[in-house]
Design a protein around this ligand. Structure first.
Ligand SMILES: Cc1cc2nc3c(=O)[nH]c(=O)nc-3n(C[C@H](O)[C@H](O)[C@H](O)COP(=O)(O)OP(=O)(O)OC[C@H]3O[C@@H](n4cnc5c(N)ncnc54)[C@H](O)[C@@H]3O)c2cc1C
Length: 475
């Protein structure tokens, strides 16, 4: 065994999180908005609501917040939960910037690339491996913006590739989609959204100094500065129409109950939200039943004393794998260290394969001798990259942050598929949910003041792009 080793699977079940320790408890029992879950979605929702003038309580089962965006600190390494890259042109990055958060990092190093073909690493310059002229055509078609999206939205990516990419360039095209969208089965991926995500990737990604923890710490600080109260406890149930004036009650494991005008459920996937609501929303139950999570097998390895010229990135061609050393680009390791993230995309689609063995064999080629020099090895067999995929359906059929059949209940997370891909979805849906929850609270407070029973129209909280501005909430 190496210094730290975990083979704990993370599966898309209802309760994948550790039980919370009760500590760091705020005294607030009443709030305008309670946000449950302090991953990227919940943190963004809480900041947006607080800046909109709401009194906000943010509850997470864990004292170390950030959810899957957390990085673990081990012997000078910052270990992300799988390879994480910030898409600079992503809508979520724009939201974060509006909140004053632009974590430092670097564009990936432009050397040391290679392909993984039939169990061997091949240098990038081998153009025949990627289909020669056909590969170049595929690349142009996928990356160049001109008329790229025309007719693509609502179609599956595999259909779109059939019509637009020559056979010889297919492997390269599939690799590009996998690397940017984390999806290996292209028959159930919306081509318009996938092409947008590839275009964002082409405009640049950043590996973050200190790992994604720097993003989490930045958001947490902004939340505190905005007046958000933090509670470390596990929410066990949410009841609607029962608080003061028919608001929302959030029951915590520690025995405490939080009363609020509205709640944002940012607890991971729709099944987690459904479980908290005990099935009270048929719509959330329907979203949970329809969700098809994107999984990845992840091998994260911190290696001490890296050889100087080890490769930086290896892309699978014809095999759904990827390996990258983030320490070649970002400050995530002590001097001379390597921080490897190797991924097998959608492992359940290849159940006969020993995914860990494949990823270890990639590292054997990329970084000979790594096995004897590890500071940490973390293997997650089924890590949830997103709790749903962006399927080729009409926008009107996608989940919305408003839960239409429950007043004052909002949702945010990676499964809100109309909000971009990867971390863009939790961040943008978090901002939308935070704004909507605040607007609901303002309207409810106005109703309370006027003593009317119906909600006045048009009295929503001001919504500025940076989430600032505020409605008066106290009755
Ligand atoms: C392997 C991998 C690679 C990725 N790569 C990228 C990438 O390159 N680029 C990118 O943009 N994104 C990437 N992502 C996606 C990104 O990490 C996620 O989109 C994002 O972290 C999800 O945030 P979230 O807030 O929606 O959910 P989570 O991070 O899951 O947060 C949910 C929070 O809710 C809390 N919670 C759950 N239930 C309760 C309860 N009952 N009571 C209280 N608290 C509760 C949890 O403790 C947790 O803190 C990757 C993800 C993975 C797994």
């Amino acid at each position: 065994m190496t210094a730290r080793e975990s083979t704990q699977p993370i599966t898309p079940t209802v309760e994948p999180y550790d039980d919370g320790e009760i500590g760091d408890r705020s005294d607030v029992d009443h709030a305008d908005v309670v946000v449950v879950g302090a991953g990227l979605a919940g943190l963004t929702a809480a900041v947006t609501a607080a800046r909109g003038g709401a009194q906000v309580v943010l509850v997470d089962a864990r004292a170390d917040r950030g959810g899957r965006a957390r990085s673990e600190a081990v012997e000078g390494f910052s270990i992300n939960h799988g390879a994480h890259a910030l898409y600079l042109a992503g809508p979520g990055t724009a939201v974060l910037k509006g909140l004053g958060i632009a974590p430092a990092g670097r564009l990936p190093r432009q050397s040391g690339f290679g392909w993984w073909i039939e169990g061997r690493r091949v240098p990038l310059r081998s153009l025949s491996a990627v289909g020669g002229v056909d590969g170049a055509r595929a690349l142009r078609r996928l990356v160049l913006p001109r008329r790229r999206r025309e007719g693509a939205a609502g179609r599956s990516m595999s259909d779109w590739l059939d019509d637009n990419v020559p056979d010889g360039g297919r492997r390269l095209a599939e690799m590009l989609v996998r690397t940017t969208c984390y999806v290996a089965d292209l028959s159930d991926l919306d081509a318009g959204e996938a092409l947008d995500q590839i275009a964002r990737g082409a405009r640049g990604v950043r590996y973050l100094h200190g790992g994604w923890q720097s993003l989490v710490v930045g958001l947490e600080q902004v939340a505190r500065d905005s007046g958000v109260s933090f509670v470390t406890d596990k929410a066990e149930g949410v009841r609607c129409g029962e608080g003061d004036e028919g608001g929302v009650l959030v029951e915590l494991r520690g025995g405490r109950t939080l009363a609020a005008a509205s709640v944002v459920l940012a607890v991971g996937g729709p099944a987690h939200a459904e479980s908290l609501l005990s099935g009270a929303s048929p719509q959330v139950s329907a979203w949970a039943a329809a969700a098809d999570p994107i999984l990845a097998a992840c091998l994260d390895v911190a290696v001490t004393g890296s050889p100087r010229r080890s490769p930086s990135t290896t892309y699978g061609l014809g095999q759904p794998v990827y390996a990258v050393d983030h320490a070649r680009t970002a400050r995530v390791a002590p001097d001379g260290g390597a921080m490897w993230h190797a991924l097998f995309y959608e492992p359940d689609r290849w159940p006969e394969v020993d995914h860990r063995a494949v990823l270890e064999s990639m590292l054997d080629e990329c970084h000979p001798g790594w096995r004897g020099r590890t500071a940490a090895v973390v293997f997650r067999k089924r890590s949830v990259v997103a709790h749903d995929r962006v399927r080729p359906v009409a926008d009107s059929d996608r989940p919305t942050v408003e839960v239409p059949d429950l007043d004052g209940v909002y949702v945010a997370g990676d499964w809100l598929t109309g909000h971009g891909m990867l971390a863009d979805a939790p961040v943008t849906s978090g901002a939308d949910a935070g704004r909507a929850a605040t607007a609901w609270s303002v309207r409810r407070a106005a109703r309370h003041r006027s003593g009317t029973t119906s909600l006045p129209s048009g009295s929503s909280a001001p919504a500025s792009p940076d989430g600032s501005g505020g409605g008066k909430l106290s009755a």
